[in-house]
Design a protein around this ligand. Sequence first.
Ligand code: AHR
Length: 670
Amino acid sequence: MKKLLLMLALAGLAGAGEPGVITIQADKLGAEVSPNLYGIFFEEISHAGDGGLYAELLQNRSFEETLPVEGTRLEGERCIAPDLPHYLGVKESKRRPHGQPWSQEWKFTSPWPGWALDGAATMGIETKNPVHPKNVNYLRLKLAQPGARLLNEGYWGVAVQQGETYDCTFWARVAEGAGGAIKLGVVGTGGRELGAVIVGGVVSKAWKKYTASFPSLGTEAQAKFFLQPQLAGALDLDVITLFPRHTFKERPNGLRADIAQKLADLEPAFLRFPGGCVVEGATFANRYRWKETLGPLEARPGHWSLWGYRNTDGLGYHEFLQLCEDLGSAGMFVCNVGLACEFRNGDFVGGAQLEAELQDALDAAEYALGGPETKWGALRAKAGHPAPFPLVYIEIGNENHGQLYNERYTRFAAAFRKAWPQLKLIFNGGLNDEAPDPGVRNIDLFDEHYYKDADFFFENQHRYDHASRQRGYDIYVGEFACNKNVGRGNLRAALSEAAFMLGLERNSDLVKLCSYAPLFFNVNKLNWPVNMIGYNSATSFGRSSYYAQQLLAQNRPDVNLAHTLVTPGDMPAKYFAALPGLDRKAKEIVLRLVNGVEQPQQVKVCITGAKVPVQGAGRIITLAGKLTEENDEKNPKRIEPLCRGWQVPGQEFTLCLEPASLTVVGIPIE
Ligand code: AHR
């Protein structure tokens, strides 16, 4: 209501200069809009999965957090990558810091991050006869008498809600003494037990999995998990998990419902996974290995994310494919091509190791698409999903470029084309849009990345208007975000991206897909300055860029309409964008307009070529505010879309655009 009054008041103020004019020829169609244009990009960065989308409440559940980075050697307090040639050649290896191999400080405040003892007991990390050979560490807890509690702080708090049930599983083995019962539950910040349950009969000298559930009697964001053996002796513990009973689509080992719902509300046409640089790894041995993310949790070793923390891989390849299905999105898997991240160690493999990498990538497709009679399809069926998953795209490498990459693309793409001709294959141009070498075949899409300031995005709304259509492949703007001089992601950023995305849509005969990046961040740990969806342990919110994405995805027409555009007289042309399209099924002209300045603007709209019923039921959605405003955890909805009905005056009318706004106008036609 407040915004509606503001709009009406502004109608009198706007138009100090000449109004803008948009003339829409509703009977003259432009490029079809790619139905797959708006997708999402997932990477484990800023606790996107662990401590984010993945609903696990406990941190470091398998006690593996302090394991060194795969493929590195530990020297004092540093992990050091092997001194191998760089895939871009000698010059690039010189660019490594001090000309040395990539290395990383390896220091922890305790050997068991996330865990603490409350009471008289001792604990230590052990490795002999682990619960699973791939899960090397476990905790040995020694108690002279019952009483002490093992605490877990979760990911910046264990959040519980009154009335929700919490499901815990853990592996245990009695190392000394007769064993006994274990009490476990959640304790609030004031020391109040919010829920607990006693698991009896923990007496086995061999590893055994236990399960228990308890309801929470209160709501708290900063609670702690506790595990309190009611026994004396020594107990080995591993893979201690705690999940809320209600996850997205009620899946076990599932996803946080509030965060996953935010994805669903974006109506993403595709979901890219697992990145990003994590595909490549800090060094080759640290690359993403999808086969290590399958199966029971105790069989998943996890791995270190080059964004600075260890991943459980509980949200693994199978869970990614399941999410695609649950969101109705096409899957896009990014595979490694034997090259480590050029900005880290940049090492590479060839020969048999490269062939194995290629086979791994092909197996990933078989896992998703193969029949139950195939090796990997059978594993998928065994995991509870006999039908294929909706895998549609394979991106061959991430941000790789140069001669070696071109050769590898050629090799991988040919193998994929032969084995899985239905898959669309994506070539990447690195950070500088390097075109493929002549002769590289089997490219369906070319991936471009843009992390720039707002003026870049406003200015580049016409980037593809005159781009060649003769290159033999389409474009995927695979990573883009306005992330410079826009705070942590303000409205200016969102409006500049909206102007840019309208340019993608107008050129949708060429640009078939796009995805904002990065998608997620936990407010307690930022690896990247600007991201789309934030959260703490209990709540989540979208930055204004989230709402810009959502508005364009939810109001995507089928086809562009021919039009002419005159910018309102008192604003620089680059800050104005407008695009009409036709939603054939809804019989509606969908007009999207961006006003990138903080003054209201008037725009005359003239529609020809279709009958607009006088007083027809239209709709207007506005995302508006101050350019420097942003949503955060305290003000999650400072900027959010406001939707209202509207009686369309007829073929011609004047719109008053709010200052700093993205407006969607739905105009019914007969
Ligand atoms: O989105 C963050 C990073 O940006 C990705 O990991 C990488 O592909 C790009 O450089």
